[in-house]
Structures are given as structure tokens and as C-alpha cells.
Design a binder for this molecule. Structure first.
Ligand SMILES: C[S@@+](CC[C@H](N)C(=O)[O-])C[C@H]1O[C@@H](n2cnc3c(N)ncnc32)[C@H](O)[C@@H]1O
Length: 275
């Protein structure tokens, strides 16, 4: 297990964030408790914090079936790896809980899994997130920005907003809003942001994202998840990505990286740009 960005961990192909709301998964993702190997830890103590089901002890790993999720308390992390994790949210016993980030459910998760070089979302960041949906990706963004950061989630479909509102009730660093990303005047009161993240599958997505950069501080970052089929079905995905990248450059943005999200998200790419 290695910390690849502040608050983001990687073990082989699996990516995790430190759970801001221990014991709770958001979309059925796996939860892992990392235990400080320096602390003499009774493997059964504190266990009810994150689980209530039947548990079985197996060598160094204790796992519990709770509803449809597997919770595993791992005791065999190396001390060096634990130290990287130790600065994050740990409980009184020195346990830090990680949430697995499913790259097939989240374009940001797919970008990180595929080797994103720079992650502009950091602990303490303020993020404007357009197309928040039920909150899958926003929940991981909320983990990363932590207690000192904040995420404004804009979503125009009432049907999915209910889940987002529940998430925002459980996590104090998320504000969820029913709003249309094409109409920034609806949420003019949003504070200046470090990152604007856009995932709205609209033919005008790049133009909408650029307009929302009125909330972005100078030197801030814009991240756009491009679905080529929503922009132009007649063009090859690579040509669509190039076309959208050019629009950003023309608007004065510097492209940091463009990353293909296949095989996790078909015909999708993510562009990271700096204002
Ligand atoms: C692909 S989903 C986003 C998934 C989400 N980003 C995640 O990873 O958890 C796109 C969402 O954008 C919303 N959307 C599309 N156009 C929008 C707009 N103009 N304003 C606000 N939300 C919009 C849709 O209702 C949908 O929920």
C-alpha cells in the first residue's frame, strides 16, 4: 500500500481514499481498516466500531460480512507503509479506514487508476463539482479534501439529488445543490474555488466548464471528464478529445494532462488544465 497523492492510496491496481465517515460505505465499496503495526492491538478490540456481523479470524486478516460489503481489518501492512498513512484520519486505536475507489463507477477513480500524474484535489481544497449525481465520486473528493476542505456539488436531476442530500447530511464538507451548471447565476454565492470539476455529459460541456471557471481562483485547476459520444458521435473519440483540448487552450488554459479512461470508462478521457 502506497500513498500516491495526499489522501489517496494504491495497492497494485486498487486505489483507496481515507474514509472521512468510518464504518460507512457510500456505493457498496469495500472498506479496509489499516492498523498501526507498532501498536499492540487486540484484533478483537474496537471491532464493533465498523462492523456488527459475524467475524472470523484468519492468520493476520480479520474479515467481517456486513450487509453486502466485506470489511477487512488488515494487520500485515509494513511499518513504512503505515507511516505514510498515519498522518490521516486515525481513531484512538491508530486505525485508519480506507474506501476502495471503483474505477468503473468513477471517472476520477479511472483517471487515477490509469496513471494521472497530478491530482489538483488536495487536503483543504475547495472544489466546485458539476454533475454530482448520487455522489459516488464526490464522496472520494470529500475524503481527500478532508475536514479543512469543502465540495459544492451541483446537480440538476431531482431524482438523484436525494442520495446526494443524504451524503451531504453525513459529511459536513459537502453542500449539495439542485442547480443547472449552464446557469451559474443560480449559485453565484459559491466561494472562490481551487478546482472546478465537470462531469455532465453535455455537447457543450467544455464551454459550460469554462463559464464555471468564474468561480476558479487564478492558478486553480479545471478537470473535465469528456464523453466523446455526448459531444460528437460522428468523430473518433481521440479527435473529440483534441477538439475539446483546443477549446481550453484558446480560452487561456494550460493543459496539464489528457488521460484516456479506457478500459474502465469507454470512449471517455479526462483533461486537467490550469487557469
Ligand atoms: C455521468 S453523471 C455524473 C457522475 C458523477 N460525476 C460521479 O462520478 O459520481 C452526469 C450527471 O450530470 C448531471 N447533469 C447533466 N447536465 C447537467 C447540468 N447542466 N447541470 C447540472 N447537472 C447536470 C446529470 O443529471 C447526471 O447526474
Amino acid at each position: 500500500m502506497k500513498e500516491i497523492f495526499s489522501g489517496v492510496f494504491r495497492d497494485g491496481n486498487r486505489v483507496y481514499t481515507a474514509n472521512l465517515n468510518p464504518g460507512k460505505s457510500v456505493y457498496g465499496e469495500k472498506l479496509l481498516d489499516i492498523v498501526n503495526p507498532e501498536k499492540k492491538h487486540d484484533m478483537n478490540s474496537g471491532f464493533t466500531d465498523s462492523s456488527q456481523g459475524n467475524n472470523t479470524r484468519k492468520n493476520e486478516v480479520l474479515s467481517v460480512q456486513q450487509e453486502s460489503k466485506i470489511l477487512a481489518r488488515i494487520h500485515n501492512v509494513s511499518l513504512e507503509n503505515y507511516k505514510q498513512a498515519d498522518a490521516k484520519q486515525t481513531d484512538a486505536e491508530g486505525v485508519m479506514q480506507l474506501r476502495e475507489w471503483d474505477p468503473r463507477r468513477s471517472k476520477l477513480g479511472a483517471a487515477i487508476t490509469n496513471g494521472l500524474k497530478e491530482l489538483p484535489v488536495k487536503p483543504g481544497s475547495v472544489v466546485l463539482y458539476l454533475g454530482a449525481s448520487t455522489g459516488t465520486t464526490i464522496s472520494h473528493v470529500s475524503d481527500i479534501v478532508g475536514k479543512d476542505g469543502f465540495v459544492y456539488g451541483i446537480e440538476f436531476a431531482e431524482r438523484v439529488l436525494r442520495n446526494l442530500l443524504d451524503l451531504a447530511n453525513r459529511r459536513k464538507n459537502i453542500a449539495s445543490m439542485l442547480g443547472d451548471a449552464r446557469k451559474t447565476e443560480q449559485y453565484r454565492w459559491v466561494e472562490e474555488c481551487d478546482v472546478v470539476f465537470c462531469d455532465i455529459a453535455d455537447p457543450q460541456e467544455t464551454e459550460i466548464a469554462i463559464r464555471n471557471c468564474e468561480f476558479l481562483k487564478k492558478g486553480g485547476y479545471l478537470m473535465i471528464a469528456i464523453k466523446s459520444q455526448s459531444i460528437d458521435v460522428t468523430k473518433k473519440p481521440k479527435d473529440v478529445y483534441e477538439q475539446e483540448k483546443n477549446k481550453l487552450e484558446k480560452a487561456g488554459f494550460r493543459i496539464i494532462q489528457m488521460i484516456d479512461l479506457e478500459p474502465h470508462e469507454e470512449k471517455h478521457a479526462m483533461i486537467v488544465a490550469k487557469k
